[in-house]
Ligand binder design. Sequence first.
Ligand code: GLN
Length: 281
Amino acid sequence: MPQTITQALLNNQTLLAQALQLEKIEARIEAQALLSHTLGVSKAYLIAHRDEPLNPLQENQFQTLVAQRLKGEPIAYILGEREFYSLPFKVTPAVLIPRPETELLVELALAHIPQNTPLRILDLGTGSGAVAITLAKHRPLASVTAIDQSLEALNVARDNAARLATTNITFLQSDWYQSVKHQIFDIIVSNPPYIAKNDIHLRQGDLRFEPISALASGIDGLTDIHTIVNGAKTHLSPGGWLLFEHGYDQAEACKALLDLHGFIHAESVNDLAKIPRVTLG
Ligand code: GLN
């Protein structure tokens, strides 16, 4: 007997809930996302056609995706996509999966970039390009430079820029400021790696599947933030702003670092979970 859409969803949401310790509703959302991806239809279609049977090929493909997820692979990598700031971004295991917390970085950056000024923006460690592309789309007069050390990540970012028809971005392979040595920017943003390299969380959950170079930074997680802040001194125009994301317990260290390097107006801003997540100056 072929399974109907309803049966396939129910059976697999139970498996997902048990294996990944998800709430029922989360498991349902994931099962729906995987099935709509398999069938190439919307979630609304699944609901409207709940008694439709799956053919053996569809059942097989769905089971393959569910099996990947049961092994802990992040759903964004299985679907190949994650929404960020209401835009769809392609993601692969070569890039960090864009997080909702990072929307705060974009929001704060936008607050410091007037609409009608051709400012120069630098995004350090662009990954999927989520931050750079979102800024470029909201500020079409700005010229955005996005760097990453990883060529694989840059390919994903370039692909995203093309899909989202963004033309005001230049992508460069660079070890932080290396390839932009003599350039000056009005805004520098970054979501750098900031987890301590021995942090147990790196071996748990989604993080296990994400690029370690996008996550871990030295013994205390602050090595790359030091490089970013230090370099910003010589790469920011007078009155320019540096804004970067960091870990839940790093705000004080980041503000102190900005003070040490002569930044003014240094402050940290909380994310929606009330955790200080972005520091700027
Ligand atoms: N915020 C991510 C996490 O802890 C880490 C991202 C990063 O290091 N930039 O899951």
